[in-house]
Design a protein around this ligand. Structure first.
Ligand code: ARG
Length: 291
């Protein structure tokens, strides 16, 4: 019953938030088994620019933005955020992984090998040019837009509060968390909620990775976690934790690029639109959201 309720709430929210083109399809199960489709290393080494220097066009990324044809872009992500990005049997998989691959396939760029970083390190890595695009369920915020740029949104989310299943934390809204030990991942909007809404009223711990926080919750050494709702749903489905309540933040995820990478930004946004218009977006959604 509670499950049904939550599911309904979520679908309702997604319908209301339809501007981002988000559609959650209730259906297909077994999302984790089809982990392939990430097979192409996408490093562009099957292309030669034909100028006789034996170098791929993809290798001259230096000269900037004029000609995207075959230029390799290196994607970065922060696994441990299911079902958007996680390691399953040592392999990086998830919604964002498949989506970015589909989106880049719509462009003239080639996708390089994925870099796995802590969430907090993604924006610095982008700025340092260690990576060229962030695909990490990253919410588009004004604060982040001061240092990087985002594509058009590709997914909408709110924040949920996760607690231990059957534990003694009873919470229906943020105020109920006062006096408790609360965790979130460093640098996330969930952490921002704790800082902005609860401040010193809670005993806050910042984690490099949400998986570590969820494990503490299961052990009962942490009372509550603030985390994106789709990810909370996923953890609740496969660990000993449950959603206490969800509150609307109306966040939208975008792929992050450097501010001067306007051509890439535009190409990716067009790629997102193309993938949403084709059946691909729904297929990827069905594959990773199996409720
Ligand atoms: N959407 C939230 C944010 O942008 C959380 C993202 C966390 N992503 C991750 N891959 N760990 O802050």
């Amino acid at each position: 019953m509670r499950d049904q309720q939550r599911r309904f709430d979520r679908r309702e929210y997604l319908t209301l938030a339809g501007g981002a083109g988000v559609a959650t399809t209730i259906g297909l199960a077994g999302c984790l088994e089809d982990a392939e489709g990430n097979g192409d290393d996408g490093n562009g080494d099957d292309e030669d620019d034909g100028n006789g220097d034996g170098e791929d066009v993809a290798d001259d990324g230096e000269n900037g933005t004029d000609d995207a044809e075959g230029e390799t872009i290196v994607p970065g992500t922060a696994p441990g955020f299911e079902p958007f990005q996680m390691n399953v049997d040592g392999e990086l998989v998830g919604f964002d992984i498949d989506l970015l691959e589909a989106v880049v396939a719509e462009t003239e760029y080639e996708l390089g090998d994925w870099e796995e970083l802590e969430f907090d390190s993604l924006i610095p890595a982008l700025e340092n040019e260690n990576i060229d695009v962030i695909a990490a369920a990253m919410t588009i915020t004004e604060e982040r837009e001061e240092s990087i740029a985002f594509t058009e949104p590709y997914y909408s989310a709110d924040q949920s509060v996760l607690v231990q299943s059957g534990g003694d934390v009873e919470a229906d809204d943020l105020e109920d968390l006062e006096g408790l030990e609360v965790g979130a991942q460093s640098g996330t909007t969930g952490e921002g909620v704790v800082e902005d809404e609860l401040g010193d009223d809670v005993d806050y711990t910042s984690y490099d990775n949400y998986v570590l926080a969820v494990e503490e919750l299961e052990r009962g050494t942490l009372d509550a976690i603030v985390i994106d709702e789709p990810v909370a749903e996923s953890f609740a489905g496969d660990r000993d934790v449950e959603i206490a309540f969800t509150f609307e933040t109306g966040e939208e995820y975008g792929f992050g690029v450097r501010q001067d990478a306007e051509e890439l930004q535009e190409a990716l946004s067009e790629g997102i639109a193309a993938v949403e218009e084709s059946s691909e977006y729904d297929e990827i959604t069905q594959e990773w959201f199996d409720e």
